[in-house]
Write a protein that binds this ligand. Sequence first.
Ligand SMILES: [Zn+2]
Length: 422
Amino acid sequence: MIRLTFYIILAILLALVAAWVVAHPGDVRLVWQSWEIQMSFATFAALALLYSLALWGVGRVWRMISNLAPLKSAVRRRRQRGEAELDKGWSALALDDREMARRHARRARNSLGERNDVLRLLSACESDKKRQEILNILRRREETAAFALKELLDDALKGGDYGLALSLARELNDRQPGVASVLRRIVDIEIHYGHWQAAEKSLIAAHKKSAYSEAEFKHLSALLHYVQAVEADVAGQKDLALTEAQTALKKDASFLPAASLAARLLLTRKETGKARKIIENTWKIRPHPELAELFLDLAPQESPTERFRRVDHLVRFNPDHRESRHLLAAAAIAAGHWPEARQALDRVVKADQATSRTWQLYALLEQKQKQDMAAAESYLAKARTAPAEAAWHCKNCGYRSAHYAATCPECHRFDSLDWKDG
Ligand SMILES: [Zn+2]
């Protein structure tokens, strides 16, 4: 509408100008060398207008040609086809159909060339060697380098190439510092190599970037000192072993293996007071049969009554725990304190925490107190079907043992053993 109004106004203006020119006649004369052209001013004006229109027309046609509209739409269609192939490829990959994903990805590459998104899809569905080549192309591109490094790092870890994995993880950390998952991997790889001090350094750096929770950090710090204590102990460096075990305990007072090792080392040095302190402090947090054994070793020559008194003192640090009651019941039976023994065991049963050890202690009590072998036998039968004693369990492979190891002896996973029932 606006356009039409504009053309009408233009036409009126042109008519007015033409009328004015006709009303004011005159001549235009062009002379060049021996050539002479003469025309009325109206003819000249009309020719000038026609010339302008012709120029405008030629301009329009040129623009149309230079736009190459049909070619442009062909390119657009090709790009749309390629992007559809990309979407289909990711969908196939989500359904775990790698072969189909690969086919779509290759078609996408034919339409779109080696765009980052095409190569990313290809890297996800091509087999090993081609995947490596593609990832190395992406690694050289600024915007996809971190993605490629992370994928290469995963591959190196999967393939067990820890040396390559460590250098890739460090490169990734240099490029994008402070990423929690990368920092954790650096710690894991250093642990794999047994580079305990380097691992601790990386752990501290990672913790500063909140890559570990406070509890994880404390536990892992303790564990790293504990493994150094064990190595020193095996190598006969007892002083170093003790220092490392004590450092481990300072990092995490609830870390049982360190308490047990430190107490054992102190015991061999005849520092029984210090050993007892460690056992008591740890018993407060986490009573454990290994600690109980060490506690009894503090005074191997004592009488059963003296032992009962000492045990009674220890269990007061954590009186409701099943380990406390078992230890007290065993000492009470040995000292002939029958009511105390029975009371300790009854409390375990009442708390619904009885294990095979509980029933074995009942059997022993029946045998020692009343010489009632039939009752003892019936308790032993109960013991055979009762839940087993707590033990160290590998959360990775299910390995079970009464003794702790920082690396699972079965599946070699580090820090995979937890103390639990069953
Ligand atoms: Zn295991």
